[in-house]
Write a protein that binds this ligand. Structure first.
Ligand SMILES: [Zn+2]
Ligand SMILES: [Zn+2]
Length: 463
């Protein structure tokens, strides 16, 4: 038997953008399943889509939000529509939170929100018809293999649990095809895909739990976290970016700014990083490269690269990160493009997270790029800091180039050595008295200047 718990119709306008409307409803002790439906009209104005979503909160916190096109959604203790987190239907006050991230400027907009419940008997029958494919997460996910080396991964991927087009299984297949060692699940504001991953055969792959904390003023990748992170900024919810970053760290994760140079509204609501009050010292890495470096995406990536290097210029030692932001098969994105390479002592969650935090990273679309510094016979690598005193030789090596390219060594953003390459090669720069600051290498296509690989810096300390 179905009981209506909530049926709301509201009119909203552009002025309501970046606010939330919480609609409370009561879940009784005999409820075995909840259903949620939500419609927005009009869905688009001209070429642009509204950015309006509904999330579910139980008396204890977030239960996720339905994936794109997944309405009406259903939630039971054992199973849930992708995007929602199955678990106890705790009696008490729940909230359907309408997130008005961006209401387009245009005709008035209306949303219709409905929540209804099945009683225990009805829910039990439905569960028999659709036995749960899910198991409890068995974490940590995947391998722990010995051996220090460079490991290849992708820190930014979506599934049908948010706005992706592929299932967890299809994502896994794509990661395998690319030959990656690790990857992170980063659906928007939900970790519901994690349960499927825990049940999958990872066979040598390291899966990092994670979430793309998707606020209405910027996206933050939380890598290595298994529990929900509240993404609601301001507007009566009290959230600040500092509190979000603290929460990510408390949950054992890395906080990485995603695609800071993206276009914002109305093209991509909330995608540009507008949270300029964030404390850079609290950020573990910046995604300086998101998805294929071409067309308009290349312009956005150049802005992200500048954003990151501007922080380096202000003496923040923030590592570079990169990820495909792949949402499924297709021409737009490809798993592992770009790839994040991480030098770690082993392939485990703790080792990979620590190596990223330490700045032992290279982002590449294919070429192998290595940067080192040599002083008195000792070798240093990205993430290391050298004292200012004494001569030092900086060396960059490239291989696996698929096209003629230009290798550059940079000191505080300025080119200090440059070499035209075809296939493989390197360049070096020796300084008797190195300038304090950051040193990095990058490889760009000789024809188009498109970025092919970049390193995190190594540093020379001020005397
Ligand atoms: Zn994003
Ligand atoms: Zn994303």
């Amino acid at each position: 038997m179905a009981d209506t718990l909530l049926s709301i119709r509201e009119v909203i306008t552009h002025a309501d953008s970046r606010t939330f409307r919480g609609h409370p409803f009561t879940v009784g002790p005999d409820v075995g399943a909840l259903h949620l439906d939500f419609h927005v009209e009009p869905r688009a104005v001209g070429p642009y889509e509204q950015s309006i979503k509904v999330a579910l909160f139980d008396p204890n916190g977030s239960r996720g939000l339905p994936g794109r096109g997944m309405l009406p959604a259903r939630l039971t203790p054992r199973e849930a529509t992708p995007g929602l987190l199955p678990g106890p239907l705790t009696p008490g006050t729940w909230t359907a939170e309408v997130c008005l991230d961006h209401v387009l400027d245009g005709p008035p907009c209306t949303y219709q929100l409905d929540v209804w419940a099945e009683t225990e008997a009805g829910a039990a029958r439905a569960a028999e018809d659709h036995p749960s494919p899910l198991v409890s997460p068995a974490l940590p996910l995947g391998v722990s293999s010995a051996g220090p080396r460079w490991y290849a991964g992708d820190l930014h991927m979506h599934t049908v649990h948010s706005d992706g087009r592929w299932t967890t299984a299809q994502l896994l297949a794509a990661v395998r095809r690319r030959g990656l060692d690790f990857f992170a699940l980063t659906d928007h504001n939900t970790q519901s895909a994690l349960r499927e991953l825990a049940a999958a055969d990872l066979a040598g792959l390291l899966a990092l739990p994670g979430v793309e904390v998707t606020t209405n003023a910027g996206h933050l990748l939380a890598i290595g976290v298994e529990r929900p992170i509240d993404w609601r900024l301001g507007a009566g919810r009290g959230g600040t970016i500092d509190a979000i970053v603290r929460d990510v760290h408390d949950a054992g994760g890395l906080a990485i700014i995603a695609h800071p140079g993206s276009l914002g509204s109305p093209v991509c609501h909330g995608c540009a990083w507008e949270l300029t009050d964030v404390a850079p010292a609290q950020i573990d890495a910046v995604e300086a490269w998101n998805g294929p470096w071409r067309g308009e995406d290349a312009d956005e990536n150049e802005r992200s690269l500048l954003f990151w290097r501007e922080w380096l210029g202000r003496c923040y030692r923030t590592p570079a990160s990169g990820g495909s932001d792949a949402h499924g098969p297709g021409a737009d994105f490809e798993a592992g493009v770009p790839t994040l390479q991480v030098y770690a002592p082993e392939l485990s969650r703790a080792a990979i997270l620590e190596a990223i935090r330490a700045g032992r990273t290279v982002v590449t679309s294919g070429p192998t790029l290595r940067l080192s510094a040599v002083r008195d016979g000792d070798a240093y690598t990205v993430g290391d800091t050298l004292a200012a005193a004494g001569p030092v030789t900086l060396e960059a090596e490239v291989s696996a180039l698929g096209e003629p390219a230009r290798l550059r060594l940079l000191c505080n953003g300025a080119v200090i050595a440059e070499q035209q390459l075809d296939g493989e090669g390197g360049c070096a720069h020796t300084s008797e008295q190195p300038v304090p600051g950051w040193y990095a290498a990058e490889v760009r296509s000789a024809d188009t200047a498109r970025l092919l690989a970049l390193t995190s810096p190594l540093y020379v300390a001020a005397p």
